[in-house]
Ligand binder design. Structure first.
Ligand SMILES: [Zn+2]
Length: 384
């Protein structure tokens, strides 16, 4: 490994020592602010209180000016360590055994942040001439997610910020080798509930009551027959999954008053939120019009696979690691759903096998490889 690659491992270890179970507390932000300030970055550390009463910190840092404009985005918070006795090492004491670094957040995503910090240091020392480099580092990605990236992006949009030519999000995406997969978009997601109201009564006198359950079952059965088969390149098919059915009834001698089903649709860009609400209503109305549909949350899909930045990252990976990344949009949602409003987003990070798991770990060499890939991405994007 070269000097900056060992440095990436060292920085990862330093970050893992902060026990930042979501939401991340201020000390790791102070550490990062100090690191970036020494490189000449202008830092803006902000905080807000979320609906749980937790203080959510975000760090926005900027270096240089003019174009091209590049942004690295990541989160400092980690998921809880779980049952501590199931770990072979202390989750917040980074430990290397046989070339593998263990610790909570090594992969998701302090290893990526450490790799980027080292790549940045090396790039500014050796190659940088002009252009803007920004970092968005947040603290509640694994929690509510209400005051992290979403809030920073909204603030930047409100202030009339120039779009970025590329945003690199350090979420783990690799499977067998570093940079074998990058994420270039995500399916949309909509969560809804379906309520049917009946009339409560005694099970021995069903004629005096209206049971909402059979009607809900018919509606749910019909829901699952909605045709979502339109295909889009680089995307999985859309799918609807029923996630819960509840009649709020523990008694065996009572016909319940209400019954509710909950469901989620993951969808490719052939669909959008208003189109799906319409589609669901049209299908349900064929069965019965006496129901209530409530949208709990809706995120549109996004796709950056056809942008110049994707080509830049692929060329950088080829030069750095002799690998051409495959574009993918698989998986759950990520902060990319907010970031893409600021410019094309590519997600590229460590091997995702042990994320959120006991004994989360990465090969030490992989952190070095990722740092190299990030360094080459900077070189390719900013080359004259
Ligand atoms: Zn993550």
């Amino acid at each position: 490994m070269q000097g900056y690659q060992s440095r990436a491992v060292q920085l990862t270890e330093a970050l893992v020592r902060f026990p930042t179970v979501t939401p991340a507390t201020i000390s790791i932000f102070e550490y990062a602010s100090e690191f970036l300030m020494q490189l000449g970055f202008r830092n803006k550390l902000t905080s807000q209180i979320d609906s749980n009463g937790d203080t959510i910190f975000n760090l926005y840092s900027e270096f240089g000016k003019g174009s091209p404009r590049f942004c690295y985005a990541g989160h400092f918070d980690v998921v809880p360590e779980g049952k501590i006795t199931s770990w072979n090492t202390d989750p917040f004491t980074p430990t290397t055994i046989d070339g593998v670094l263990y610790g909570r957040g090594v992969v998701d995503m302090k290893g990526s942040i450490g790799a980027f910090f080292a790549a940045l240091e090396e790039y500014l020392r050796t190659d940088y001439t002009s252009g803007t480099i920004c970092l968005i580092l947040t603290g509640d990605e694994e929690g509510l997610g209400s005051h992290g990236t979403k809030a920073v992006v909204e603030k930047l949009l409100d202030s009339g910020t120039e779009p970025f030519d590329g945003i690199l999000l350090g979420e783990p995406t690799s499977t067998n080798r570093i940079a074998d997969y990058i994420k270039v978009g995500r399916r949309g997601s909509i969560s809804m509930t379906l309520d049917v109201v009946g009339k409560q009564g005694h099970v021995a006198y069903p004629e005096k009551a209206t049971n909402p359950i059979p009607k809900l079952m018919r509606l749910v059965d019909h829901l699952q027959k909605i045709d979502l088969s339109e295909e889009v390149d680089d995307f999985q098919l859309s799918n609807l999954v029923v996630t819960n059915i509840d009649a709020y009834n523990q008694a065996t001698n009572v016909i319940p008053e209400v019954a509710q089903a909950a469901f989620n649709i993951r969808f490719n860009p052939a669909y959008n939120v208003p189109k799906l609400i319409n589609l669901v209503n049209r299908h349900l109305e064929k069965v019965d019009t006496n129901y209530q549909l409530t949208v709990l949350s809706g995120f549109e899909p996004f796709y950056c696979g056809d942008t110049k930045f994707v080509t830049t990252v692929k060329e950088a990976a080829q030069d750095a690691l002799n690998i051409t990344p495959q574009s993918s949009t698989a998986g759950g949602t990520s902060d990319g759903r907010f970031l893409h409003k600021l410019g094309p987003v590519v997600e590229l990070g460590l091997n995702c096998e042990t994320i959120h798991a006991t004994n989360e770990c990465s090969k030490v060499d992989d952190i070095g490889r990722l740092a190299k890939c990030y360094l080459y991405t900077l070189r390719h994007l900013f080359k004259k």
